[in-house]
Design a protein around this ligand. Sequence first.
Ligand code: ARG
Length: 462
Amino acid sequence: MSQLWGGRFEGGLDPAFDSFNRSLPFDRRLLRDDIAGSLAWAGALGEAGVLTDGEVAQLTSALEELGRDIATDPAPLDASEAEDVHSFVEGALAQRVGELAKKLHTGRSRNDQVATDLKLFLKRTVPDLIGALADLAGALVELAEKTAGLPLPGYTHLQRAQPITAGHHALAYVEMLARDRSRLVDAMRRMDTSPLGAGALAGTAFPVDREALAASLGFAGGPTRNSLDAVSDRDHVLELTFTCSVILVHLSRLAEDWIFFASQEAGFLMFTDAVSTGSSLMPQKRNPDAMELVRGKTGRVVGALTGLLVLCKGLPLAYDKDLQEDKEALFGALDTTLACTRVTAICVRNVEYDAERCRAACAVGYLDATDLADLLVNAGVPFRDAHARVGTAVREAVKRGIELTELSEELQRELFPELEVDLSAALATEAVLARRSTIGGTAPDRVRAEALAWKQELASWK
Ligand code: ARG
């Protein structure tokens, strides 16, 4: 009997339902955690006087040996027909210690077991994602240092608005990643409680020291306080998948910006060969597939979040088998987010701005109009009047097909009698950028200082 619950049944499972019911193909990822949880549970049963010291020692060495064996050769796991990872571990244990294996499940349920395993899994794997975010943020900060003084057209409504620096653009994404990291850290802190000992739903009838058990598993927040909630809570699964979705929403915005920047229409940057692909038909093509895939994969993760929210909506307390569906969605979201974060970091390290094109793009299209109005304000004109007068000047310039700096001297004197400055110097892109040096602004010096501040902050992320 490979099942853990055969006693009250006479017939076998329909084969189609059997495979439908099985979670081993995906929950095998929890093997290490299931063994860790079982080791701790064996110890707790020993402390409670349910198992003898000798029994605990035997179970402990068999569980440790099982972990080592499967790490070197997963063939038994591949070949297993067990229902889930918990059944597999118990079956493999029975092969090693015989009848004693049947005592390990005393006072425990797969419900508190799987809830514990999943949290242990997240505690050991989410740090990889946090590390990947740190690496990506580091790559963006390096790019920001290199491009702190590089002018780039800034957009609102996808219409050219004012010049910014490419470094400022890169650091905008560092801000997003910093919030994402704090979301992950926060979710991890909130989920840091041990469900083990909650039983199937009502708690365990054996005198297990749940405080000590939680501590032995490394749960800083101690044991969960309500057994019904403990076995049915998947808030951490929702929160982490939400955070993955937000990370990918951020990465897909970067992807979108850069895919546009790499277009012939913009021509602001190029991806190196390392992250570009060609066309099977059109020999001239150079496609930004890496960033397009990141943008595209965002859909799956948002889909996983939607699926999980709907999964949990309206589920009655406490455990329901529906919850088995949490794992594939969560694992997929974590895997996809990690892969996208790593590939995006590679893209950041393989992007080359075309300084000349960027500079040229900032010099046309009246991106200096706001600064001309600001010059009038400095000469005492109320901003609203200045805005209207510059608007008129733009209209005249458009009619003539020229820039504001190219207005004839007569026209300039007629429109702006109070201005005595050399407009081409005052409205040069460098001058426009340098003026925006207050906190949060795009001025090159400000961006350099911000990049340095981020470098120091990132050092504490590790
Ligand atoms: N495979 C199950 C899951 O992932 C384990 C818990 C099963 N519990 C039960 N009462 N059938 O949720």
